[in-house]
Design a protein around this ligand. Structure first.
Ligand code: GLU
Length: 425
């Protein structure tokens, strides 16, 4: 059985939830957010914690920690991925859930925000162990999840395989086949065409919109992409297809630089044949992760994880444009430094919203039982992303604030409307 824990704020430096609160405070003040709405937004609606005992392949039992945080449901059922990583803790999942609330409001899809995670190292677990862990987590969260309640999706280190296990376990528990309870499913189980590429494709669309506003020409620009998982690799592929030269890529095992441009298709093929990592790739010179972030490039896309651009390295960043494929890669202190330097940052809650947008299309298709072509999905997703970008851009001009604060303001004004018109106790 899952039990509900009290809200506990962690105090360590760069606590992601505190990073969220700092931006919320600034946006709330500028837009004169209603005090009651501010109080609601400051705390997640629900935090569910569950210990998950799993029989490992060696016969021993290992107990994992699983979390699901629902931040807000004013605009609809909560939506957000599930990540498997050793960095998963309550404060991280709380922040990621809040960012989903803002992200869905900005993307203009009828959802609130949630996030889940299990503290584990999936690279050291067998497929059987991962399946048992995913099923145990689903069972613990079966009263939280629901097609009209809370709809998970993939996030770091999870994908269509895990979503299929969740559909199966959830359907067994409820006694009815329920594919719409998660998105990011395999195509043959009701997944949507275009979902796998959607986040990276959206990061590209946001980058192209920003470049147009800033007068940057793709064929004259060089980019570095941090992270080579689903988001980073697809972002790099789509940026390259637009004529931008990708001179550096990285993952948690290595980073590479090539002044002539990295062949992204080759790098993806190498990764796929190399247990999912780019270590040992021969198409570039080995550099450090820190060097990648501070390279002399026009565009930097942090697509790995939180707290990568901090007060320690922000001053050394040379890119004019940062587009956040990851959630929370830039700290609040770094934001201030980057703003002073004149760097434009397209924030996570806008830039990586393409994934959840196509998740919404998947959920709609599941409800209707009618499926669209990839072309149709991509066309709609591109339109949604361009609209979201321009909505936030307008707010940034109106309030004379940078794009992150503008994104918070845009999201908060919609959520405020939702909360007020629904009323409260
Ligand atoms: N995990 C992704 C995100 O952070 C996708 C969430 C979803 O599709 O629900 O946006």
């Amino acid at each position: 059985m899952a039990d509900t824990k009290k809200v506990k704020h962690q105090t360590e430096k760069d606590n992601p939830f505190e990073e969220m609160i700092k931006r919320l405070d600034v946006a709330a003040k500028i837009m004169k957010l209603d005090d009651d709405v501010y109080e609601i937004m400051k705390k997640p609606n629900k935090i569910v914690y569950s210990s998950l005992p799993i029989k490992m392949d060696n016969g021993k039992t290992q107990v994992f920690e699983g979390f699901r945080v629902v931040h807000n449901t004013a605009l609809g059922p909560s939506k957000g991925g599930i990540r498997y990583s050793l960095n998963v803790n309550e404060s991280e999942v709380m922040a990621l859930a809040a960012w989903m609330t803002f992200k869905c409001a900005i993307a203009d899809i009828p959802y609130g925000g949630a996030k889940g995670g299990i503290n584990c190292d999936p690279s050291k677990m067998s497929e059987g162990e991962l399946e048992r862990l995913t099923r145990s987590y689903t069972s613990a969260m079966s009263d939280v999840f629901g097609v009209d309640k809370d709809i998970p999706a993939p996030d770091m280190n999870t994908g269509a395989r895990e979503m299929a296990w969740i559909v199966d376990e959830f359907s067994k528990i409820k006694g009815a086949y329920t594919p719409g309870v998660v998105t990011g499913k395999p195509l043959h189980l009701g997944g949507s065409r275009g979902r796998v590429e959607a986040t990276g494709r959206g990061v590209m669309t946001a980058t192209m919109e920003a470049m147009e506003k800033l007068g940057m020409k793709p064929e004259k620009c060089r980019a570095a992409v941090q992270g080579f998982g689903n988001v980073g690799s697809i972002t790099a592929k789509h940026l390259a297809a637009q004529g931008i030269k990708i001179v550096a890529i990285s993952d948690h095992t290595a980073a590479f630089y090539n002044a002539d441009g990295i062949d992204i298709d080759k790098a993806i093929a190498y990764r796929n044949s190399n247990k999912g990592v780019i270590k040992g790739y021969k198409g570039g010179k080995l550099i450090s992760n820190e060097e990648l972030l501070t390279l002399n490039v026009d565009i930097l896309c942090p697509c790995a994880m939180e707290n990568q651009i901090t007060e320690e390295n922000a001053n050394k960043i040379k890119a004019k444009l940062i587009v956040e494929g990851a959630n929370g890669p830039t700290t609040d202190e770094a934001d201030h430094i980057l703003e002073k330097k004149g760097v434009t940052v397209i924030p996570d809650i806008l830039a990586n919203g393409g994934g959840v947008t196509v998740s919404y299309f998947e959920w709609v298709q599941n409800r209707n039982g009618y499926y669209y072509s990839e072309e149709e999905i991509n066309k709609r997703a591109d339109r949604w992303m361009k609209q979201a970008f321009n909505n936030v851009w307008e707010v940034s001009k109106k309030y004379k604030v940078h794009m992150r604060i503008a994104a918070y303001i845009y999201a908060l004004s919609k959520i405020e409307l939702g909360i007020k018109s629904r009323g409260s106790y």
